[in-house]
Design a protein around this ligand. Structure first.
Ligand code: SAH
Length: 342
């Protein structure tokens, strides 16, 4: 049995032709699944019955099992899913006034072991397939309280650029007018800084948003926080980002999670302002979600404001993002961490 969501519209047409069926049924099937949220081939009433039977033999539509769903008082909603092989992943809906953002996982666990992040706590298990990622989106779309899912961020568990081919395939499917029709400019990939993949991404011709998790401006601090820095150090990463911006004409957002006593002092802001003399970039400051197990805490509000003000004075385009869903442990991997511990 194969997951039908693994197929692009073109690929499904090919399958139909090989079954001696009309290729236009592919469009109908896509519409049932992605527009109408139908999860049973039998309900696809405008398909010939022999085609429905054939589809049922060869494909399935759903693979995720919802285990737990928690809503924050700020409206953020987090879902924990069990995959077919019993592994756990998370996806989040983040509603705001003018947009509804879905946040999805790309891997089971994570190899990158960032010190402040719960996702890598149990190491890496496996990549998600494109259809598993698409199903996360499908689930979020069907459960967004009647509102349209407008934006998508690949910021859940895992490192998207470490699962490059499946992530790009998923984006191309999600982007298609036959599926969710979420514009590339409304899709963000967040990376811990896998330089060869950033280079490759710049040649894809995708108008997506790229976020780079920087979190420190010097190698000593960054290597302590993010082991990947020992392979791809700050200077090389910034050079790769410059090259990406030049080649794609797109902006890069640098994510900077503020952690008390680690990277939130004025000397850190000074270092950051020096390395970010990069055209067409901005900085997103995020006071970290406190995670007891990892001994990380956000700085005091005054320190956060001073950090932001320093960057503003240095002419850096900076926004301060308040973490959402703190009461439901919405930062990457937190719910999975809690659940798997039980
Ligand atoms: N691996 C990718 C994407 C997943 S993490 C990356 O590193 O970008 C998505 C974002 O959540 C990253 O910026 C990550 O640094 C951040 N994050 C992880 N743990 C956090 C925490 N405890 N508080 C706030 N942000 C966190």
């Amino acid at each position: 049995m194969n997951d039908i969501k693994d197929l692009t519209p073109k690929e499904l047409e090919q399958v139909l032709l090989s079954w001696k069926q009309e290729s236009f049924h592919a469009r109908q099937i896509f519409s049932w699944i992605y527009k109408k949220g139908v999860t049973d081939f039998d309900a696809m009433s405008d398909l010939p019955s022999d085609l429905r039977a054939r589809l049922k033999e060869g494909f399935y539509i759903l693979s995720l099992n919802l285990i737990k769903r928690i809503e924050s008082h700020d409206g953020t909603e987090k879902s924990l899913f069990k995959l077919k092989d019993d592994n756990l992943i998370e996806a989040v809906i983040i509603p705001a006034e003018k947009r509804i953002t879905g946040c999805i996982s790309t891997q089971v666990g994570c190899k990158f072991a960032c010190r402040f992040c719960a996702s890598g706590k149990f190491g890496f298990k496996r990549n998600l397939t494109s259809s598993e990622m698409i199903e996360e989106v499908l689930y979020l779309k069907n459960n967004s309280q009647g509102r349209k899912l407008t934006h998508l961020v690949f910021m859940g568990i895992g490192e998207p650029l470490d699962n490059y081919d499946f992530v790009i395939k998923a984006i191309r499917i999600i982007n298609s007018p036959h599926t969710f029709n979420i514009g590339a400019r409304r899709i963000t990939i967040s990376t811990s800084g896998v330089i060869p993949a950033i280079k490759k991404l710049s040649g894809e011709g995708l108008q997506i948003e790229l976020s780079v998790s920087l979190h420190a401006a010097d190698d000593k601090t960054r290597s302590k926080l993010m082991p990947i820095n020992k392979i791809y150090p700050v200077k090389d990463l910034i050079a790769a980002c410059r090259e990406y911006i030049r080649k794609t004409n797109r902006q890069i957002t640098f994510e900077y999670v503020l952690i008390k006593d680690i990277n939130s002092g004025l000397q850190d802001a000074l270092k950051l302002s020096k390395i970010l003399k990069v055209p067409n970039c901005k900085v997103n400051l995020i006071p970290c979600n406190a995670i007891k197990e990892l001994k990380v805490q956000p700085p005091e509000d005054t320190e956060v404001s001073s950090f932001r003000d320093y960057l503003l004075k240095s002419d850096i385009n900076v926004t301060l993002r308040r973490p959402r869903g703190q009461d439901i442990e919405a930062a990457c991997g937190q719910l999975r961490l809690r659940y798997a511990k039980k």
